[in-house]
Write a protein that binds this ligand. Structure first.
Ligand code: PLP
Length: 270
């Protein structure tokens, strides 16, 4: 590998034609954080900034072939999963990643779009719990996803404990969906609350914020940061992207993940 080659982040994600969420979000976040994104497409969605109209999962064999091609060619420094589409693909992805136990893994347990439309053919909760979360370095559920994954837990802390008991090392529960004045994101690890990150709640609804956080966390881990630092940097980057977000369509705002590059773009004169 040449010395200037950026760390490679392998992502498993669905395609979102709005460019706001999914693999498009992952690539922008990973590249912004100074890594190289290697995207494995798990599903193709038809959606706009208002909602998901349709999606189709990619054949599991083709998902496996994409991942093997990258893993056998490049030194993958971290991996991230987003939309997986169905249980068969989820299990196949977990089994590939089990062959590479040293690659840190961020699991964004997405099963529905922020707006509520499903992004999985069936409930993935059980399979997520049994095969993928035990392999995860970091899971990034929002409070609703955490509750679904740990239905017996009655608080975010209890949800995090339940997920860590499965073998997931760190759990970041994001608080965007809560009715608090500021957004409170909590990072758990070593069976306790490690850090609370509070940020100003922005006024709009955003599409792709969960993908952005998880992908940026994976990039931090790929750079060799410890999990607390990777999460802190990812949350800060995501908040800046949301703050400078824009509304290109008729629904949700999209994060401007390239906010940092706008002044230096190649068509800008000054
Ligand atoms: N992956 C895909 C392909 C999506 O379309 C979405 C949301 O629509 C997500 C993931 C999750 O998006 P968010 O970051 O808004 O939770």
């Amino acid at each position: 590998m040449s010395t200037h080659s950026p760390p490679v982040v392998l992502v498993f994600a669905g395609s979102d034609p709005t460019g706001g969420a999914g693999v498009q979000a992952d690539i922008e976040a990973i590249v912004s954080m100074g890594c190289h994104a290697a995207p494995v497409i798990t599903a193709v969605t038809a959606q706009d900034t208002v909602g998901v109209k349709q999606f189709e999962s990619v054949e599991t064999e083709l998902v496996i072939a994409q991942a093997r091609a990258v893993l056998e060619d490049m030194p993958v420094a971290a991996a991230k999963t987003g939309m997986l589409g169905n249980k068969t693909t989820l299990s196949a992805v977990a089994s590939i990643l089990d062959d590479y136990p040293r690659i840190p893994l961020v699991v964004d347990p997405v099963q529905a779009a922020g707006i509520g439309n499903p992004l999985a053919e069936d409930s993935l909760d059980d399979t997520m719990r049994t095969v993928l979360l035990p392999r995860a370095t970091l899971a990034t559920p929002n409070t609703l996803e955490a509750r679904n994954l740990a239905p017996d837990a009655d608080t975010p802390a209890a949800c995090a404990q339940a997920l860590m008991s499965l073998g997931c090392e760190y759990v970041l529960i994001t608080g965007t969906h809560d009715v608090t004045s500021n957004v409170i994101n909590r990072l758990y690890g070593h069976m306790r609350l490690l850090e609370t990150f509070e940020c100003e709640r922005l006024e709009h609804n955003y599409h792709g914020s969960g993908c952005t956080v998880a992908a940026a966390c994976a990039a931090g881990l790929a750079h060799g940061l410890d999990t607390v630092s990777a999460v802190a940097k990812a949350l800060d980057y995501t908040w800046q992207s949301l703050k400078q977000g824009y509304r290109p369509g008729m629904g949700q705002f999209l994060p401007d993940r390239l906010y940092w590059a706008r002044k230096n773009n190649r068509f800008h004169d000054d």
